[in-house]
Write a protein that binds this ligand. Structure first.
Ligand code: NDP
Ligand code: OXD
Length: 319
């Protein structure tokens, strides 16, 4: 029996990734995008493509493609290829990725709760001063996008004593969490949110979602008197000019942003200058190459055993 070949078009941490895929997919021919031109016959061999921000039009040139694997939980970087072939698109869902996102979200929520940036300033000023400290249970954390990652973060935050609400398209039943679903419930959800965590995918519906109007609807009666926004979903869901204006006016108490409208964030962005803005370079949950490779190997084995793929994206919904 001939084994089906795999294309890697991954563009990040490439060396480590390629080695991990070669080891997890032993026995298969693996083509790297860079080498395809040298071997045009390979186009017909390829049944599976593993991609991060794939070159537009490339996947359409693979006549025997059976499945596309996103190297991320998000798939906006694949769906924006106007020539994307109509084969199943599988996203990355794995405890390694989920655990890393939980670490990031818990860290950021605690950074704001425990006023770490203010203590950093006091330290730099060699000043011994204790700030009034509200308890976790006084804060309502609202998680926008209550999917795999949102729910895992909720479990961890509940364990720390926070009140947690979740917002998603469809209602969710989760112990200890109030679930809000759909646009009709959005304002109610926002009005009960002191710390907003966005884990929304980037779709036509979530573009520019974190904007001036949304900020004005967040709770103002929480312990800090102004809300906090943490965005680890996608930068296209935020309007940075509105976040900047809200940080300047005090309408926002603080932000943590891991994702940006344009990445990398421009050196000129005013966001860099706020002490109450914690910025990271889209690193909230970058998975280990071995976890990514074994997820893909597992899904290919399932497909070839006739068991069907897991985590297939709903192209109509865009996530
Ligand atoms: P899921 O698909 O499991 O969850 C997405 C959630 O968003 C679901 O609850 C879904 O609702 C909700 N949602 C989507 N569109 C809407 C809408 N229009 N209105 C209301 N709710 C909506 O994805 P994950 O939790 O696995 O990942 C979420 C996102 O996190 C990824 O798409 C990616 O963009 C980002 N990410 C960022 C990383 C980083 O390093 N910064 C790392 C990994 C992921 P419903 O449940 O009803 O379908
Ligand atoms: C992802 C990401 O989507 O890292 O997994 O952004």
């Amino acid at each position: 029996m001939t084994t089906k070949s795999v294309l890697l078009d991954i563009n990040f941490q490439a060396e480590g990734q390629i080695a991990a895929f070669r080891s997890a997919l032993t026995g298969r021919t693996i083509y790297e995008r860079e080498n395809l031109d040298a071997d045009p016959a390979s186009l017909t061999d390829i049944a599976y493509a593993v991609v991060w921000k794939p070159q537009h039009g490339l996947l359409a040139k693979l006549p025997n493609l059976e499945a596309i694997f996103s190297l991320g939980a998000g798939v906006d970087h694949v769906l924006d290829d106007p020539d994307l072939p109509d084969v199943p698109l599988v996203r990355f869902v794995d405890p390694d990725l989920t655990g890393r996102m939980v670490e990031y979200v818990v860290l950021q929520v605690l950074m704001h709760l425990r006023q770490q940036r203010r203590y950093d300033e006091l330290q730099h000023a060699r000043t011994w001063r204790e700030l009034p400290q509200p308890a976790a249970k006084e804060f309502r954390v609202g998680i926008l996008g209550f999917g795999v990652l949102g729910r895992a973060c909720a479990t961890a935050l509940i364990g720390l004593g926070f009140q947690v609400n979740g917002w998603s398209r469809s209602a969710k039943a989760m112990e200890g969490v109030q679930s809000f679903a759909g646009s009709a419930a959005l304002d109610d959800f926002l009005g009960q949110t002191d710390i907003l965590v966005s884990l929304l995918p980037f779709t036509d519906h979530t573009k520019g979602f974190l904007n001036k109007g949304l900020i004005s609807k967040l709770a103002k009666d929480g312990p800090f008197g102004a809300p906090v926004i943490i965005n680890a979903g996608r930068g296209g869901s935020q309007v940075e000019d509105d976040l900047i204006a809200a940080l300047q006016s005090g309408a926002l108490h603080g932000v943590s942003l891991d994702v940006f409208e344009t990445e990398p964030l421009s050196e000129d962005s005013s966001l860099w200058g706020f002490s109450n803005a914690i910025l990271t370079p889209h690193m909230a949950a970058v998975s280990a190459p071995e976890a990514l490779a074994s997820h893909v190997a597992r899904q290919i084995s399932r497909l070839e055993r006739g068991e069907g793929l897991e985590h297939v994206v709903d192209r109509l919904q865009g996530y």
